[in-house]
Each structure stands twice: as C-alpha cells, then as structure tokens.
Design a binder for this molecule. Structure first.
Ligand code: SAM
Length: 382
C-alpha cells in the first residue's frame, strides 16, 4: 500500500474515532458551538475576554504535550518550496524560521538587535533568532504556562537576561512606539479577533526602518467578483476555528492591504502552502503513537478537540481554502516619500468593513440572529 493510502486511511480513522469521541465529549462538556453562540450574544468586550481566556487555557493545557512530542517550535515545518524534501520534522520547523527570515531579507549583515516575538509559544523562534543573530528579545503570549516555560528554557539554555517572556495581549502591547528592529509573528495572527488592530500594533512598536514579518494561516484570496468564501469553505473553517479558538480568518491579500495602510513599505507576500504540506500528516502520525495518544487524552478536552480537526487542516490546504501565508515589510521612516509605499494594493476585503459582508451561514437560533459584536463572529469566517 502506498504511503498516501496509508495516510488517508489514518486520517479517515482519526475522523471516525473523532466522531465517536465527539459524542463522548458532548456528554461531559457543553458543545463548543452552543458555548460560542452564547458568547456571540454578549457585549464585544466580554467576547474578546472570553476568546482570550479560551486561547490561554488551550495553550496552557496543550503546550506540554506538544513540547514532549514535537519540541520547542509550535508551528509548521518547511519542506522546500514544492514541499518535496524529506527531512526530520523538528528540523523542518527550524528551517521554517530560517527560510522565513531569509525570504524577508533579514541577514547577518545587519542583524536585528532587538526582536519582538508576538505570540511566542514557548519561545522556540526567539531562541533560534537570538542564537543566529545575537541581540536580545521579548516574547509575548496569552498563556501563563507558555511564558513560564519559555523563560525556564531560555535560562536553561544560557540566554540569561537577553530573552524575556511575558503574558501580554498583542492587540494592546505594553511597549512604547518604535522599540524593535524585528517584529516577528509566527502563526499567531490567526487568533487575533481584530486583524487591523493587530497589524497596526505590530507596526507601531517596530522602529522606523525595522522589519515586520507575519506568517499565518489564512483563507485563500477572494477571486474578482467574490465577496465571501463558498458556504462549504466557511463550514470547514468554522469547524477548525471552534477547535483552535480562532476568530474570523483573513487572506494574505488582506494582510498586504493592512500592512500598506499602516505604514509598511516594500511589502512582500508569499504562499507556502505547498512547502508545508508534509507537516499535518506527520503530526497525525505522531499523535497516533500509543504513548502520545495517552498523553493527548490526559491533556484534556480542548487539546483533544484540536487533535481531532487536524485532518481538516490537510483537507483545507489540499482544496485550496487554507493558505500558509507570509507577509513582510519595512516600517517607513519619517520623510520617506509616499510613493515608497508599495504601490499595488490588493482589492479590499472585509477586514476593515466586516459589517458590509453578508452574515456567515449559521443555524437559525435566537443568539445567532443577534448582531455580531465588534463586527466579528467568534468561530466563524467573515
Ligand atoms: C500556534 S502558537 C505559535 C507559537 C510560536 N509563535 C511558535 O511558533 O512556536 C500561537 C501563539 O499565539 C499566542 N496568542 C494568541 N493570541 C494572542 C494575543 N492576543 N496576544 C498575544 N499572544 C497571542 C498564543 O498564546 C500562542 O503562544
């Protein structure tokens, strides 16, 4: 039997196993959709707080098992531009950091002195960047467990005071303007309920002439004439969003537009969906090892839900709905001519005007009929 058939069988078994387990989970905990719909009817500030709490507890519970099985990096691996390179999966994750930095033009000629890691996990990127380029850094996460572990690992690896990790919100960062040479966000943007505020904060804390790099799960760019994703695509993203505590998704083109609007210039973007295609099959295989399955069970419902939708990530990437997108740009300096800003803006999507989009399809319940607080629906696309 070829490898692909084996993987498909495994993915199907995980889905079947998932259906059974979801039945079990429904008995022991309120269904996530019901919980989220209740949230939708509450004021925006409460929704934001509830989302943040969900993200924090998700990573508090799941980071230990991830680290035991996969190590310090909590992001996709890079397997060559076409995704065909066979390599150790943890090495692929380190390669992802190096490749993204090289792609964005960060090099040892002018190394970043002060780095901010936004949504730092347990600090894998920060330590790798500090090891490669020297300098110092700060990482922020919503998870107290992650921040403590990131500090402990950095101390143990001899970084001393050079690296510090703390709990803080990326949408309201506790740093003065113009503080960092490199502002790095690896797979945290998908958790941000307000992408506009997210990008504006990244740019605000970046020094003029410094660089911002965002690597994020996105939905595909909308085609000319399209105003939303197809309903089946929205349903797919909706299931993933509920498992991973994601608010609405945006596209790579949306990130470029926001970057240009907020004062980045020489903005570049890339789609590395092919380059990461080996990642989720490898994660699923590792999760199915008996010892790891046991660890997954012990780490609680939220982690299990995350594991159960992993095949959907493969499906979404294969059908072209989910993109692994990169965006980078340099913060304009005072006096830079306006036409230094990237001249080609992609067509505007819903990020700035979410209320202008038709509502995402949802079951007809009284709570889902309420207007979306703050223009977004937690657990849905826009
Ligand atoms: C998938 S993990 C990625 C971790 C890390 N960047 C890495 O690649 O190893 C997502 C991270 O984003 C963080 N995050 C999500 N929303 C955040 C927010 N509003 N403010 C700060 N961190 C946030 C989570 O706490 C978590 O550390």
């Amino acid at each position: 039997m070829c490898r692909m058939t084996i993987l498909l069988l495994i993915a199907a078994s995980v889905e079947a196993f998932g259906a059974t387990l979801r039945g079990q989970l429904r008995r022991i905990a309120p269904a996530p959709r019901a919980a989220l719909e209740a949230v939708v009817a509450t004021p925006a500030a409460d929704v934001d707080a509830s989302l943040k709490k969900g993200i924090a507890s998700f990573y508090d519970a799941s980071s230990g098992v991830w680290e035991t099985v996969w190590g310090e990096h909590m992001h996709h691996g890079y397997y060559g531009l076409e995704g065909g390179e066979r390599k150790d999966h943890q090495q692929a994750q380190v390669d992802m950091v190096d490749e993204a930095l090289a792609w964005a033009g960060v090099d040892s000629g002018v190394p970043p002195v002060r780095v901010l890691d936004v949504g730092c996990g347990i600090g894998g990127s920060s330590r790798h960047i500090a090891r490669t380029y020297g300098g110092s850094g700060v990482g922020i996460t919503l998870s107290p467990v992650q921040a403590a572990r990131a500090n402990a690992l950095s101390q143990a690896q001899g970084f001393g005071d050079r690296l510090q990790f703390t709990v803080a919100d990326a949408l309201q960062m506790p740093f003065p303007d113009n503080s960092f040479d490199l502002v790095w966000s690896m797979e945290s943007g998908e958790h941000m309920p307000d992408k506009q505020k997210f990008v504006s904060e990244l740019v605000r804390v970046c020094k003029p002439g410094g660089r911002v790099i965002v690597v994020a799960w996105c939905h595909r760019d909308l085609a000319a004439g399209e105003t939303t994703l197809r309903p089946s695509e929205e349903r797919l993203l909706d299931r993933i969003s509920r498992a991973y505590y994601l608010p609405r998704w945006c596209s790579g083109a949306d990130y470029v537009r926001l970057a240009c609007t907020h004062g980045l210039r020489n903005v570049v973007t890339a789609d590395w969906t092919k380059s990461v295609r080996r990642f989720w099959p490898a994660v699923i295989l590792s999760a199915l090892r008996p010892r790891n399955l046991w660890r997954l069970f012990r780490s609680g419902e939220a982690t299990l839900r995350g594991a159960l939708v992993m095949p959907l990530m493969i499906h979404g990437q294969k059908r072209g709905t989910i993109k692994f997108a990169l965006m980078s740009g340099v913060k304009a300096k005072p006096g830079d001519p306006r036409d230094d800003l990237s001249p080609v803006l992609p067509p505007p999507a819903a990020v700035a005007e979410p209320e202008s989009k038709p509502p995402s399809p949802k079951p007809a319940t009284s709570s889902s009929a309420s207007p979306s607080p703050n223009g977004f629906v937690w657990g849905n696309t826009y």
